[in-house]
Design a protein around this ligand. Structure first.
Ligand SMILES: [Fe+2]
Length: 210
């Protein structure tokens, strides 16, 4: 039998499994729901907590999985170990899966199209500075770039540097500027993308109109 596209093939496979009683619809629904809850919002919440709480930051660096579960529960990693990598003024971390396109989906979300591309996977390890520049991330020459290749055993997430000027921000506001690209390491948080807390937004507009 021939199919015109991947969707037709997937639906036919699902129908065949259901017809044979090998795959319950409830399991399909539960799996889909699981995928939907795996978003970069989880990783962003973990990063924001690490920025605000030095003790949590220590726990996140030493035992990433256990610490992440304090913030977003439960974080299903399968059999993977998870390692949080902290960016500093001297070191910038960036992730790739040269073999295929893995991410810690429960913290970073589904891998973007560019992350799965052969060009990204091949070029990042050879010329990371040039690739980051194409993402609009120009790093000083004295910043060391560390490229981390995800394996079948270990996944990573990047803790970006907290931007200056955000000292008074709430944890939720901080989380709003941490994107999937930040968690992979091809971007830095943009303070202009902040989603303000409602109360703060009101008080700010009151100030502006005073
Ligand atoms: Fe992979």
């Amino acid at each position: 039998m021939y199919f015109n596209n991947e969707k037709e093939r997937t639906l036919a496979l699902r129908d065949a499994l259901l017809a044979k009683g090998l795959h319950a619809q409830a399991e399909v629904d539960a799996t889909e729901q699981g995928f939907e809850s795996w978003t970069p919002d989880n990783g962003a919440a973990v990063v924001a907590r690490a920025w605000c709480d030095p003790d949590f930051r220590e726990r996140l660096l030493s035992n990433t999985l256990a610490a992440a579960n304090e913030v977003v529960q439960p974080v299903p990693f399968g059999d993977w170990d998870a390692v949080a990598l902290e960016n500093t003024h001297k070191v910038h971390n960036v992730l790739v899966c040269t073999l295929c396109s893995c991410t810690i989906k429960s913290l970073i979300g589904q891998p973007p199209v560019w992350y799965k591309s052969l060009a990204y996977r091949a070029r990042l390890v050879r010329e990371p500075r040039a690739v980051l520049r194409e993402f609009g991330l120009e790093l000083d020459r004295d910043v060391e770039i560390k490229v981390w290749d995800i394996t079948a055993e270990t996944g990573y997430m990047v803790i970006p540097q907290r931007p200056s000027g955000t000292e008074a921000w709430s944890e939720r506001e901080l989380a709003s500027i941490v994107t999937k690209k930040c968690l992979i390491g091809v971007a830095q948080p943009d303070v202009h993308s902040v989603v303000r807390d409602e109360r703060r937004a009101t008080s700010l507009s009151e100030v502006q109109h005073a």
